[in-house]
Design a binder for this molecule. Structure first.
Ligand code: COA
Ligand code: MG
Length: 302
């Protein structure tokens, strides 16, 4: 039986840019950048002495708006730190699109965050995203994703924390990412099983254009919706890599139209331009068309 999942709107999440919540210039500049989503960070990008200032600055940025259609996410510190509880409460009060929480190890962790967000009285629209970045969290990926099927669940997304995975496991961040593949794919599977969005980890060497293009292409091949980014220069190539190509969309429209022909109404498999296509290909095609339409709708507004 399929899992019951939180309804998700079709929303492009090709490029998801982090910025330190303490960096006022970056928060302002982000209003002009073509990222689909922004993560205003209170965790690792912010030094301990700047945590309280960053919390106020980030919450003010969400309240004051000006970010157009970009999806707005606040990443908090963990509830096991001195700042986490205040971060989650403050973030929940200003109701960003999502609150991203770090180092999730278990379903129990998700319940703790949801309880704090609910206590503040945040609207149901505030989603919870989880950083997948600890060995235990990766081993528990299915259990964590499964919380999305609970009544009133907020969990709607996974974000890979590849730097922390390397730190905690000892694996090396090689150019081909072979050592990371198991961690990445187990999370893609868990996310898809329970209807979550999933974004790939960051690429630190932001001046290396070819290396970045390679990992973007690989992330799209692995099934990620998009990639988390650290620098504006990464946005355009990332948007390109995670957008369905013109050819893909054209082909999708052809398959969908072919199955809508009356003579194909009772067929499961047909021939289109010499290729066998099944109804499942029309389903894949509908996803490509929906995401392409959603990207077009974002238009120049992003
Ligand atoms: N978001 C928004 N704007 C950013 C940005 C980001 N992540 N990174 C850089 N910029 C802006 C800079 O403010 C600068 O703008 P300006 O020229 O209009 O003033 C411009 O882009 C060019 O920046 P540049 O000089 O190349 O980089 P930098 O030395 O200022 O910053 C980093 C380099 C890596 C420190 C910075 O990109 C950064 O903080 N990235 C995010 C780190 C993060 O959040 N990590 C946590 C998750 S892994
Ligand atoms: Mg991390």
């Amino acid at each position: 039986m399929a899992a019951t999942i939180r309804p998700q709107s079709v929303r492009p999440r090709r490029s998801v840019l982090y910025m330190p919540g303490s960096n006022a210039r970056a928060l302002e500049k982000a209003k002009t950048l073509a990222a689909d989503a922004l993560i205003l960070d209170l965790e690792d990008a912010v030094a301990p002495d700047a945590k309280a200032m960053a919390r106020t600055q980030v919450c003010d940025a969400i309240k004051n708006g000006g970010y157009g259609k970009r999806e707005m996410i606040i990443r908090t510190n963990g509830l096991d730190t001195a700042w986490g509880l205040d971060d989650v409460k403050a973030a929940a009060k200003v109701e960003p699109d999502a609150i991203l929480v770090p180092k999730v190890n278990s379903a129990y962790d998700i319940q703790q965050y949801e309880a704090v967000i609910n206590d503040v009285g945040a609207s149901d629209k505030v989603a919870l995203w989880a950083m997948m970045e600890t060995p235990l969290g990766l081993l528990n990926a299915q259990q964590i994703a499964a919380t999305a099927a609970e009544p009133g669940a907020r969990l709607a997304g996974f974000v890979m924390g590849t730097n922390d995975i390397a730190k905690d496991t000892g694996l090396r961040l090689t150019a081909d990412r072979v050592p990371l593949l198991y961690s990445l794919e187990v999370c893609v599977l868990a996310a898809r099983a329970y209807g979550l969005a999933i974004m790939d980890g960051v690429y630190n060497d932001f001046k290396n254009e070819t290396g970045f293009a390679d990992v973007c292409a690989q992330g799209a091949e692995l099934g990620f919706d998009g990639k988390t980014l650290i620098h504006p220069v990464q946005i355009d190539p990332c948007n390109a890599a995670f957008s369905p190509s013109k050819d893909e969309v054209q082909w999708a429209r052809k398959i969908i139209a072919a199955f809508e022909e009356p003579e194909n109404a009772d067929k499961g498999a047909i021939q289109v331009e010499g290729k066998m296509v099944e109804r499942l290909h029309a389903e894949i095609g509908k996803k490509h068309v929906a995401i392409a339409d959603a990207i077009a709708e974002l238009g120049g507004n992003v």
